[in-house]
Design a protein around this ligand. Structure first.
Ligand SMILES: Cc1cc2nc3c(=O)[nH]c(=O)nc-3n(C[C@H](O)[C@H](O)[C@H](O)COP(=O)(O)OP(=O)(O)OC[C@H]3O[C@@H](n4cnc5c(N)ncnc54)[C@H](O)[C@@H]3O)c2cc1C
Length: 479
């Protein structure tokens, strides 16, 4: 069954950006529908626990922020469609969403996208073994399911999620064999001036580091995962020193840890596929995570009526996402004539100053997860790059050798990016491989975004349709 809903504004994504956009727009008098594939609003960082929680205070500030957002949405007039995956967006705007118990078609003159990010993992030998999981993915398991991803883990990659995840594992009773950071201490210190605007986050980070110290967890800076090994799942992880570009030091002292999980992440990439599927203009901005929509300062895209906010418009972190979401929600209310210019200016001005400060912190964190060319060069030829279609680096390099110069050509020639994730996971690595050959991102292009934006049940498309009812032309004679 398909539910048809109309509204002034549809917001896609119920994280800090989408949640606050919906509240701001609704507060300004718009009829708002918020759609999110999660079981409840909150997005990634403010994720609602999927199990009963007895001690809310112990779950920390992200949980409290999520509870506050969920309570505000419940108290508001925003219609929340949780558990709905948007799979097709049409101009004008229609959002098609699939849910476990049916489908929904949402129509509105304005659409605000706040889809967040996808995690980037640079392949290495063994990265597709069971038990190897993204760092951000691990936070989903820890927060959403209150479950440890492993009893004894190595936490590896880059950026602030390293210590956050390692501390959560320790608090949950697990063991962290080592934290393996591509970055160096001087790199972290370079970000301090930008971080000073958020003393609360600095204190939280220092608290996590202190916990690691108390548990005697080795913190290896300028190190990366050389390989993960195991028969039916990861059983050991070997790490080795790297230089500032992520290249393994020749003769560096490799160390092996026996584990039952490896949590590894190399940053976040804006989820731009929804906006690209509508034809919004995008720019390649490595400091913001990759392809980002071209926006004015308030979230208006190159398409009239289409607004984009939060990490999906460039990775700046949760605080900036919430503020940018509120700004975009107010911009919609203004553009649809629900608030006048004076009220719009008065309400959005205080947000502008705060969003700039929050974004500075986010940018400092983003610098830590920049793509390091040495790590890309170290991907072995036999490593799987596109895990949906099982395409190796050697196959991708062969396509480059044969003359592929655009990501669409690589996709057609090798099938990379044609699987259920639609290139969300392999796309950034393939772009980095193209960069190694001197192909500019702008010339290489992002993968064409096609529906379905998310995997969906085929029954959503067929509905009650009975194939037996089809009138087929008679078959040709067999001889
Ligand atoms: C898996 C993951 C875990 C993370 N964990 C942390 C963390 O623990 N701490 C931290 O500081 N930062 C974390 N981050 C980064 C953090 O998500 C952002 O900084 C912040 O949440 C950005 O807010 P946002 O509203 O822009 O996006 P998000 O919070 O990501 O919200 C986007 C929402 O859009 C929904 N969505 C996207 N596409 C669709 C679709 N097609 N149909 C329906 N719904 C859709 C998603 O389900 C999500 O709820 C994580 C990122 C990821 C990818």
């Amino acid at each position: 069954m398909c539910a048809d809903l109309t509204a002034d504004l549809v917001v896609l994504g119920g994280g800090p950006a989408g949640g606050h956009a919906a509240l701001a727009a609704s507060g300004a008098g718009l009829d708002v529908v918020l759609v999110d594939e999660g079981a409840a609003p909150g997005g990634q960082v403010w994720r609602a626990p999927g199990v009963a929680v007895s001690n809310h205070a112990a779950l920390g500030p992200d949980h409290r922020a999520g509870e506050a957002l969920r309570a505000a949405l419940t108290a508001s007039k925003v219609r929340v469609l949780a558990g709905h995956r948007a799979w097709l967006l049409q101009a004008g705007f229609t959002v098609h969403a699939a849910a476990a118990d049916g489908a929904a078609r949402l129509q509105a003159p304005a659409l605000l996208l706040a889809p967040g990010t996808t995690e980037r993992v640079i392949p290495f030998p063994g990265w597709t073994l069971p038990g190897v999981m993204g760092l951000a993915g691990a936070t989903a398991l820890l927060k959403g399911n209150r479950m440890l991803p492993g009893r004894k883990v190595v936490v590896a990659g880059a950026g602030p999620l390293l210590v956050a995840v390692a501390a959560s594992i320790l608090k949950g009773g697990g063991t962290v064999a080592a934290v393996v950071d591509l970055g160096s201490m001087p790199e972290w210190l370079r970000g301090v001036p930008a971080m000073l605007g958020r003393p609360d986050l600095i204190l939280r980070g220092l608290g996590w580091r202190a916990l690691l110290l108390r548990h005697g967890v080795p913190y290896l800076t300028r190190h990366a995962v050389l390989r993960a090994e195991g028969d039916n799942g990861v059983a050991s992880v070997t790490v080795a020193p790297v230089d500032g570009d992520g290249a393994f030091e020749p003769g560096g002292n490799a160390r092996r840890f026996e584990v039952d999980a490896l949590l590894v992440g190399h940053g976040l990439v804006p989820a731009s596929e929804a906006a690209r599927s509508l034809g919004a203009r995008h720019l390649h901005v490595p400091a913001l995570g990759g392809w980002v929509p071209e926006l004015d300062g308030l979230g208006r895209s190159s398409i009239a009526g289409l607004y984009i906010a939060g990490d999906g418009a460039g990775v700046r972190g949760a605080a900036a996402a919430a503020l940018a979401g509120a700004q975009a929600g107010l911009a919609v209310a203004h553009d649809l004539g629900r608030i006048d210019a004076a009220r719009h200016t008065a309400e959005q001005a205080p947000l502008a100053a705060r969003v700039a400060r929050a974004a500075r912190f986010g940018r400092a964190m983003a610098a830590l997860v920049r793509i390091r060319p040495g790590l890309i060069a170290a991907i072995p030829p036999e490593a799987t790059i596109c895990r949906c279609e099982d395409v190796t680096r050697a196959e991708i390099e062969a396509a480059f050798d044969e003359g592929a110069r655009q990501i669409g050509q690589l996709k057609a020639w090798t099938r990379c990016g044609m699987g259920p994730c639609q290139g969300r996971f392999c796309g950034p690595t393939i772009e980095a491989l193209a960069a190694q050959r001197g192909i500019a991102a702008e010339a290489f292009g992002p993968m064409v975004a096609r529906p379905p934006l998310r995997p969906m049940p085929i029954g959503t498309l067929t509905g009650d349709f009975d194939p037996a009812a089809l009138t087929l032309p008679p078959s040709l004679p067999s001889s």
